[in-house]
Structures are given as structure tokens and as C-alpha cells.
Design a protein around this ligand. Structure first.
Ligand code: PMV
Length: 311
């Protein structure tokens, strides 16, 4: 039996603008993971590869589904890349701590866990760049035209300053900080929100490009602040980024309410994270106020409220 796992992720700054060539900053969430385990087929009178993913409500034989299924594509493309020449008989069991379609990278984490577990099983190594590339192809099923930030940060499992089409720039966060995360309870598929922004951009490119440029400046300031440990700058930059995301039309009342609640309870900055129109809000907190912010968000009806230390 071989096993591998991959973390969830958070986009700290720059979502949406990153689809238009601007930078984004994403970090891994090592405490929430997807795990894939490759083992012999349990007493089966059938040959092939069985996928067993109860957390994702998915259970099937690989040869029974097409390549449009993300789990199936992850397995097919890894086996092809590894040039496995005999048809293997295997079970791949997948577990995930990550809520699905919530902006924490559950899809990419599952894909990277599958790729790494198959590499271990066949005792083969693939470079991170190749793993990220394979995961990107799978992300396209989920998102249509993903920027590639999710598969990159999840593969490298390090903070990343990411520009589409460029090699990822891994960097070190100088001083630890604490975030409180809360889910609004609603979700909208990423592809839908990305398309809505695309339609608006097509109609008023100048206006939207200006917003993307402002976000780009926020990302660059945040990148410098994180590297130098200037945490007092991060909260205000999160607030500014949230306002720009509002002007792109990707926030919603419930996310705005969570941002306001976190700030009123003492968070020094807050913003939506990921595609928006539901999903997660992230807020920067001092260790002393984290519990107050958690309680306030819980009282406000948020789901999956938790604090996490980013190092
Ligand atoms: O909701 P998520 O975590 O899949 O993030 C989407 C981020 C976008 O910038 C909106 C899209 C992308 O492909 O980068």
C-alpha cells in the first residue's frame, strides 16, 4: 500500500485579476488535506482500477467512466505519463478534509494526492513542474479556464507569487500570522463567476483593466510586506482587495456581512478568498482577538469557522 497527500490552499490576494495576467499570492493550508492510497484490489472478480472516494460521493471502475471525470482524468494522465505498460489492478482510495467547491482547492488537492500516490506506487518520480502541469489539465474540467494558481500552490506546498504563464515564484513569509476563516454557506461554481467577470470585462475593458491594475499593486505591496514581516500593512491591503473584488461584482451580501462581522469583532483586515459569490472569507487577527472573531462569525451564522496559523 502506498499513500500520498496534498494540502488545501488559500488565495491571499489577487484572485480574478490573476486570470488577466496580474499576479496573485496563494498559500498552502497544510492542516487540511486530501489523501490518496493505492492498494491491491480487495477480493474482486474483476480486473482494473477501482476508485473509491466516499467523501466525494464517487465510486467507479476507471474503464467505466470517460476522461471528463476529474478523478478518472487524474489517474489516466498519470498512468500515461509514467508509461505504465501493463494494465494495473488497483484500488485508489481518496479521502479529503476539504469542503468541496469552497475555494480551498479541494479539486486540485485530490488530483495532486492521486498523482503523487501513483508515482510512489510505481516507484517513479515526477518533477513538481510536471505534477502541477498534470493537475492543471484536470483543473480545466472543474473551472474551464483556470489561471493555474491552485495546482501550483498545492503542488509546491509553499507560499507562491504567481503570474499565469511564468514559472512560480516561491517565497518565505517572514513572520507568522493568524487568520480566521468562515464560509458564507452559499457557493457558486468558479467557472460561472469567472465567466461573469469576463462578460463585464468584454463590455468595459478600460474600467475593469484599471481595477485589475489596482489589485496588482495591492498584490505587490502585500508580497513585499509578507517577505519583510510588515504585518501591519496586510490587514489594510486585504480590505482594499475586498473592495476591488466588490467592484468586480464577485462579492455578495453574505460575504460582505462576514467581512463586516470579522472587522467589528477586531480583525485587522478581511476579504473574500477564491472565486467569490459565496465560499470563504478570510480575516487577519491578533492571537488575542482570534476567539472573539470566531464567536462573532459563528453567531452571524457562518459555517466552517476556524482559525489557522500561517507560517
Ligand atoms: O475559487 P477558487 O479557489 O477555485 O479560486 C478561483 C480563483 C480565480 O482567480 C477566480 C480563478 C483562477 O483560475 O485563478
Amino acid at each position: 500500500m502506498t499513500q500520498a497527500s496534498a494540502p488545501g490552499k488559500l488565495i491571499l490576494f489577487g484572485e480574478h485579476a490573476v486570470v488577466y495576467g496580474r499576479p496573485a499570492i496563494a498559500i498552502p493550508l497544510p492542516s487540511l488535506r486530501a489523501t490518496a492510497e493505492v492498494s491491491a484490489l480487495p477480493n474482486s472478480n474483476r480486473n482494473g482500477i477501482r476508485i473509491h472516494a466516499p467523501d466525494l460521493d464517487s465510486e467507479f471502475w476507471l474503464d467505466e467512466v470517460g476522461r471528463k471525470d476529474p478523478l478518472a482524468l487524474a489517474v489516466h494522465s498519470t498512468i500515461e505519463t509514467l508509461q505504465v505498460t501493463y494494465p494495473p489492478n488497483l484500488q485508489i482510495s481518496i479521502r479529503s478534509d476539504l469542503p468541496m467547491a469552497a475555494g480551498l482547492g479541494s479539486g486540485a488537492a485530490v488530483t495532486v494526492a492521486i498523482i503523487r500516490s501513483l508515482c510512489r506506487h510505481f516507484q517513479r518520480k515526477l518533477r513538481d513542474e510536471k505534477i502541477s502541469d498534470l493537475a492543471y489539465q484536470v483543473e480545466r474540467i472543474h473551472h474551464g479556464t483556470p489561471s493555474g494558481v491552485d495546482n501550483t500552490v498545492i503542488t509546491y506546498e509553499k507560499p507562491v507569487y504567481f503570474i499565469q504563464g511564468e514559472p512560480p515564484s516561491i517565497f518565505r513569509i517572514k513572520n507568522r500570522f493568524n487568520l480566521v476563516l468562515a464560509h458564507s454557506g452559499e457557493t457558486t461554481p468558479t467557472s460561472e463567476v469567472v465567466l461573469a467577470v469576463r462578460n463585464r470585462w468584454e463590455k468595459s475593458k478600460q474600467t475593469y483593466n484599471r481595477v485589475f491594475d489596482s489589485i496588482s499593486r495591492i498584490v505587490d505591496l502585500a508580497h513585499r510586506a509578507l517577505q519583510h514581516g510588515d504585518l501591519s500593512l496586510i490587514g489594510p491591503l486585504m480590505d482594499q482587495n475586498h473592495n476591488q473584488l466588490k467592484s468586480l461584482g464577485v462579492s455578495c451580501r453574505s460575504l460582505d456581512k462576514l467581512v463586516e462581522t470579522a472587522k467589528a469583532a477586531g480583525a485587522t483586515g478581511a476579504k473574500l478568498s477564491g472565486a467569490g459569490r459565496g465560499g470563504f472569507m478570510i480575516s487577519l487577527v491578533d492571537p488575542g482577538t482570534a476567539d472573539l472573531v470566531v464567536s462573532a462569525l459563528t453567531d452571524a451564522g457562518a459555517q466552517f469557522v476556524f482559525k489557522t496559523e500561517i507560517a
